[in-house]
Design a protein around this ligand. Structure first.
Ligand code: GLP
Length: 252
């Protein structure tokens, strides 16, 4: 199902509300979390909702999708830092239940194995918050990644390095590698909200809509998942065909 909202803010409010409902309905929920600018207003809205309704968080577990290789917890561009800054430091999820790959691990292969094992103990997430890169990557699974991949180290593409270097004061600091949950790990989620906003993502939304499932467009794998909601703002939905809206495939 595709849902289109007028603004990024409205889409974020909708997703945050859903996340809150899921947490209330299942206090021991395992949440798959994502980073990136798309997610910032979602976490902001979720923090507000949590403050208002005070759901129990003591049994919530979280797994983040990915982390840059070489960036430690205190590096402002590490995803650990992002998550603390935008979400974890504002809510009371026990630290021991927060999982991110360790981008500073000496043995990266062992770290990937460890992450896969911990994730498997929970048999995947109950709810996965997911974004997409302009080249169709999910997590950091770049085009060509096998759909049966587990947590692994990736070489970031030139496109991804270009897109994400905007966050770094010195673009040369942008890492070349990351650890990411694999596509199989992501697909194990019971439910997935794919959130895509902004005009710069309109093309990847169009490609996703028209494309057959194929490894060159990693996000296309989601068409095989039984419970995915694609949450868009108008700008990201701007290249979707009118007949999709008319047929009710795309609604607001
Ligand atoms: C990074 C993350 C992805 C995220 C993407 C989009 O590459 N690894 O998980 O979906 O950024 O980020 P943004 O929301 O900033 O466009």
């Amino acid at each position: 199902m595709y849902l289109v909202f007028d603004t990024h803010q409205e889409a974020s409010q909708f997703v945050a509300q859903r996340m809150l409902q899921r947490i209330i309905a299942q206090p021991d929920i395992c949440l798959g979390l994502a980073t990136g600018s798309t997610m910032e207003p979602i976490y902001q809205a979720l923090i507000q909702l949590i403050n208002q309704s005070q759901p129990a968080l003591s049994q919530v577990t979280t797994f983040n999708l990915d982390e840059y290789v070489g960036l430690g917890k205190s590096h402002p561009q590490s995803y650990y830092y992002y998550m603390c800054h935008h979400f974890f430091s504002h809510v009371s999820i026990p630290e021991a239940q927060i999982n991110l790959p360790n981008g500073k691990a000496k043995d990266l292969a062992a770290e990937c194995e460890r992450y896969t094992q911990v994730l498997n103990q929970t048999q995947g997430t109950d709810y996965q918050l997911l974004g997409v890169g302009t080249n169709g990557h999910i997590g950091f699974n770049e085009p060509g990644t096998p759909f049966d991949s587990l947590t692994h180290v990736v070489e970031l593409t030139a496109q991804t390095r270009l897109d994400n270097s905007r966050f770094f004061d010195d673009p040369a600091e942008m890492p070349y590698q990351a650890i990411t949950m694999g596509i199989q790990d992501i697909m194990q989620a019971t439910e997935i909200d794919l959130v895509i906003t902004g005009e710069h993502k309109a093309e990847v939304v169009r490609n996703f809509y028209h494309s057959a499932v194929n490894e060159n467009l990693p996000v296309s794998v989601l068409k095989q998942h039984p419970q995915v909601t694609v949450v868009l703002d108008k700008a990201a939905a701007s290249l979707l065909p009118h007949e999709a809206v008319q047929k009710g495939l795309v609604t607001q």
